[in-house]
Ligand binder design. Structure first.
Ligand SMILES: [Fe+2]
Length: 258
């Protein structure tokens, strides 16, 4: 398995506080069957000014430390970018990090309210050549209330990453139920840990992958944690076989499941 969303770099955001804690996270991940991770520190213009060069240096430092410790675990650079008016220019100018330096971008939207004009923003962003992974939309209150909105974004070309802990019910039963429904409707493309440390929000995928396999089939689950992450690392589009979102019932709101 490859984890495409993990806060593994120390001292950059609310992830590990030290290199030792980064290494402890890697050991946890390895024991769980994860063989590599894209390091995705937050970027926010005010709170987390982590730019591409600093992330590249931190990843290289971690990579060398892993080699020195003889730990076979791959790390790639990335970032979890917050929505911002300057986002597109920041990426185009090389100031902000994409996933492994390619066209895939991990985007986090505000959780409480839908940003105005978000549908147009996403469409224009995709049209400008970016590939987009939406970070844990199951945690956004407006998606929880109206998952049809996410269906429209997926049909537009947005890829969806849900977080392992969400599927396992650690963020409450409603979010877990939404994850199950999204999986059933082929609206999930990536399962990631969003790991932040060794105590809470740990970098684990195995149990959630097993649950995803029960819901959507094991072949599907493997795509979420291996086939699709590999495509991102190689800067390729996703192989879409089996991933066309299922059409929604017209008369009965499909999302009224609780
Ligand atoms: Fe994150």
């Amino acid at each position: 398995m490859i984890d495409i969303h993990c806060h593994l770099l120390s001292g950059m955001d609310d992830g590990p506080a030290s290199m030792d804690e980064s290494l402890a996270m890697v050991r946890l991940a390895l024991a769980d069957g994860i063989r590599g991770a894209i390091c995705t520190p937050h970027w926010h213009p005010m709170f987390w000014p982590n730019e591409r060069i600093a992330i590249a240096i931190a990843v290289e430092t971690l990579r060398r430390r892993l080699q020195a410790e003889d730990i076979a675990f791959d790390v790639w650079p990335g970032s979890e970018l917050s929505l911002d008016a300057d986002l597109e220019a920041g990426i185009a100018g090389g100031r902000l990090a994409t996933l492994n330096g390619g066209s895939w971008v991990l985007l986090e939207l505000p959780g409480a309210f839908p940003p105005s004009g978000i549908d147009t923003f996403l469409l224009n962003f995709l049209r400008s050549g970016h590939r987009l992974v939406l970070a844990h939309p199951e945690r956004y209150s407006y998606i929880l209330r109206d998952p049809v909105r996410l269906h429209a974004w997926v049909e537009m070309g947005v890829a969806v990453q849900i977080t392992a802990a969400s599927l396992l019910g650690r963020l409450g039963p409603e979010i877990a139920t939404l994850c199950r429904v999204l999986l059933e409707h082929r609206l999930v493309h990536f399962l990631a840990s969003d790991g932040h440390g060794v105590e809470n929000r740990r970098p684990l995928l195995r149990e959630a992958c097993r649950v995803a396999g029960e819901i959507a089939g094991i072949d599907h689950a493997v795509r979420l944690v291996d086939t699709h992450p590999q495509a991102v690392i190689r800067n390729e589009p996703l192989p879409l076989a089996g991933f066309k979102p299922l059409s929604l019932p017209k008369k009965q709101p499909w999302f009224k499941f609780w």
